[in-house]
Design a protein. Structure first.
Length: 99
């Protein structure tokens, strides 16, 4: 525990929630990237299939969290997974959506 405290000691206390949000957002993005790569899709192909711009898809993989159910449905469809399975990833990484 003291190692954890000293590791974050240089950050102001108000920064810790944002840091945790960023970490979970990146974890969500890595899950999306892994699923896309398992399908053999490029970012451009995944974006086209989902109706997004490549920059939008790339941003999600880099840690921008989708803000609408429509975006999540589109991602699930592109990755050929059920919406419920994608929601499990959202639940796992739920701190990404909390500020």
């Amino acid at each position: 525990m003291s190692t954890e405290i000293s590791m974050f000691a240089s950050f102001p206390p108000t920064y810790l929630p944002e840091l945790r949000r960023q970490i979970w957002a990146r974890m969500f993005g890595r899950g999306i990237r892994a699923n896309r790569q398992n399908l053999g899709l490029s970012i451009e192909e995944a974006a086209r299939l989902s109706g997004m711009e490549a920059s939008e898809w790339s941003a999600i993989e880099d840690g921008y969290v989708p803000q609408t159910a429509a975006q999540l449905h589109s991602i699930a469809g592109t990755l050929e997974i059920s919406y419920d399975r994608l929601l499990n990833l959202v639940l796992l990484c739920r701190e990404a959506w909390e500020l």
